[in-house]
Design a binder for this molecule. Sequence first.
Ligand SMILES: Cc1cc2nc3c(=O)[nH]c(=O)nc-3n(C[C@H](O)[C@H](O)[C@H](O)COP(=O)(O)O)c2cc1C
Length: 196
Amino acid sequence: MVRSFSGRQVDRELVDAIVARSTTAPTAGNTGGWDVVVLAGARETAMFWRCTTTEHWRARSRRWPGLSAAPVIVVVFADPEAYPRRYAEKDKTGATPGPDDIGLAESVEAWPVPYWFVDAGAAVMTLLLGAVDAGLGACFLGNFRGETALCHALGVPADRRYVGAVLMGEPGGSDPPSASLRRSGPRHDRVHQSRW
Ligand SMILES: Cc1cc2nc3c(=O)[nH]c(=O)nc-3n(C[C@H](O)[C@H](O)[C@H](O)COP(=O)(O)O)c2cc1C
């Protein structure tokens, strides 16, 4: 994660290509139940920050100067209702044990794993990799506050969920390493062979 940007504008065609490539990310049933809103330039990105942060945080955060200089913010939204709709289609019903068995086509509550967030995560990862491939820095910011305000400000339909945002641009300035990186547990402990 790069959390500090120089502020230099990024070529719009490059951004569009990175975003276009993210639409090839894997998606359950080829549903593609996510959308992005691309914010470019200080006027558009300022609106994102107004909705998702507080003045108190901006005044205190050591990251604020670097983050706020990101020239591009790709805001990611999930479309939960698209999945029951898709899994009600003919090619997804009738299999045994199949989606119609457990009610996937009926409601989002029936889904053991909310694939709309899984798909959005795959799209986020594709955006991050695309940015790095293009020589840019990028980071993902989760949804912690401001979902209602952000959806309202961007004209997002009421049935969509704000997942988070990918910031991208030329790295620059002070970028103190995240405190999370001090977590030192050996990562291979998470990989199990043959049995947990
Ligand atoms: C679901 C999710 C939410 C995250 N939210 C934030 C966030 O809000 N702010 C932030 O600075 N980093 C956020 N991160 C980035 C993680 O802190 C980061 O990936 C982790 O510390 C490992 O660092 P690395 O990706 O640079 O290796 C998030 C990552 C994920 C996958």
